[in-house]
Design a protein around this ligand. Structure first.
Ligand code: AOS
Ligand code: ZN
Ligand code: ZN
Length: 389
């Protein structure tokens, strides 16, 4: 038991979870943005908040940026600021969806001028990565069609491939592009990268620096996401997760809140594929919006939820599972898996945090710290994240 505990603790200690800058700002739905006191007014303040999440959890040392929401004059100064706060800048998220020009698409737009503008933005993002030291460019396209016949589906794939190639060729040796797919929204009839298969095919065509991102909220209800994880890990094409949870659509709620069992199943495939360690190259990012709950403690809660699912996945008795699978024992295999899922890992995680010099209860420790009261008093006129992504 001690040996297992030590192994599980070592893996959890090495785990890294990236938080998104936009989750710290105000966000909402198309009906209403409820503003909260103390939200960051600048990218620098978003980093200050992200540093709190890392300080209380010990496993969230990087912050993803979004361009242009986090545009600053001096990216090196932002990176230095992050370092002073004990964190670093993570993935750069591009934005080719919020300009009027993109009504009919960005890189797939029928108008070559708009395509050029969108591709140039993506290239600019790579230049920003050169300054921030970020490894990953995350590409999400809102491109798609609302009506059959609106545009030529196949030609849009050609335009997409052309833009991706140009950006891919601009990447440095240590940089990657992460291609995100989404079944629907804002386009409702056809999305240009609707599923993992489309993202995967483009990545294979591009080369090894192109990897797929799985946003857990971007599938049809009932999709077996852990299958996608297992497949992409096996193909060495899973670059990142955008973790969040959903009841109906792309809800962007706290990961592990709607379906902790699904999160466990996903992490089980990660552990089975030996893909948890940072060297495996999978970025475990959150992509969430906290519309009604307090943001920093919600992000801390999300990190803890990922840790809990991971701890359970690490507790699966692999020898017993494989023996049962090889023997074709359906019930026993399932029971071995469920035993791990049903384990209360909270005491183990509390112990780990104490070992790491952290408070065993990060959410309450954050609340007690008074940081929330301080930012509410100090920051007046906090900005909107940009959009309820
Ligand atoms: C949109 O639905 C996607 O989830 C994007 O990953 C993301 O929220 C956006 O790119 C944030 O910048
Ligand atoms: Zn996403
Ligand atoms: Zn999304």
């Amino acid at each position: 038991m001690t040996e297992t505990t030590d192994r599980v603790k070592a893996a959890l200690r090495a785990q890294r979870i990236e938080t998104p800058s936009w989750a710290y700002g105000n966000s909402g739905t198309r009906f209403k943005v409820f503003t909260q006191p103390g939200v960051p007014r600048t990218p620098f303040e978003k980093i200050d908040d992200a540093a709190q999440v890392h300080a209380f959890t010990g496993v969230a040392p990087t912050v993803a940026l979004h361009i242009p929401w986090d545009t600053v004059d001096d990216y090196r100064a932002l990176a230095d600021h992050a370092a002073e706060r004990g964190v670093a800048l993570g993935a750069i998220n591009s934005n080719v969806f919020q300009d009027d020009d993109y009504k009919l698409g960005s890189v797939t737009n029928p108008d070559p001028r708009v395509r050029r503008k969108a591709t140039d933005h993506l290239l600019d993002c790579v230049s920003i990565m050169d300054k921030t030291g970020s490894r990953d460019l995350k590409l999400w396209f809102s491109d798609g069609l609302n009506y059959p016949g609106q545009d030529n589906l196949a030609r849009r794939q050609d335009r997409l491939a052309e833009a991706l190639r140009e950006v891919y060729d601009r990447l440095g040796d240590d940089q990657r592009m992460l291609v995100e797919y989404k079944l629907f929204e804002p386009a409702f009839y056809a999305t240009d990268i609707p599923d993992w298969g489309t993202a995967f095919a483009h990545c294979v065509e591009l080369g090894p620096k192109a990897q797929v991102v799985i946003d857990t909220g971007h599938h049809a209800p009932g999709t077996n996401i852990e299958f996608i994880v297992a497949f992409l890990v096996r193909q060495k094409r899973l670059g990142a997760f955008d973790f969040n949870s959903r009841f109906y659509a792309d809800d962007d709620l706290m990961v592990g809140a709607a379906d902790p069992f699904q999160l466990f199943r996903i992490m089980h495939e990660i552990v089975r594929g030996d893909a948890l360690k940072p060297e495996a190259g999978i970025a475990f990012m959150l992509d969430q919006c906290h519309n009604i709950e307090a943001k920093i403690p919600a992000i801390i809660r999300s990190v803890l939820n990922v840790q809990e699912a991971t701890a359970k996945a690490l507790l699966v008795d692999v020898d017993a599972l494989e023996a049962a699978q090889d023997a074709g024992d359906v019930l026993e295999s399932n029971e071995v898996l469920m035993d791990a899922y049903n384990t209360d890992v909270r005491p183990l995680l509390a112990e780990l945090r104490t070992d790491m010099g952290l408070d065993p209860d990060p959410v309450r420790a954050y609340r007690r710290s008074g940081y929330g009261d301080r930012i509410s008093a100090d920051r007046v006129g906090g900005d909107q994240a940009g959009w309820g992504a």
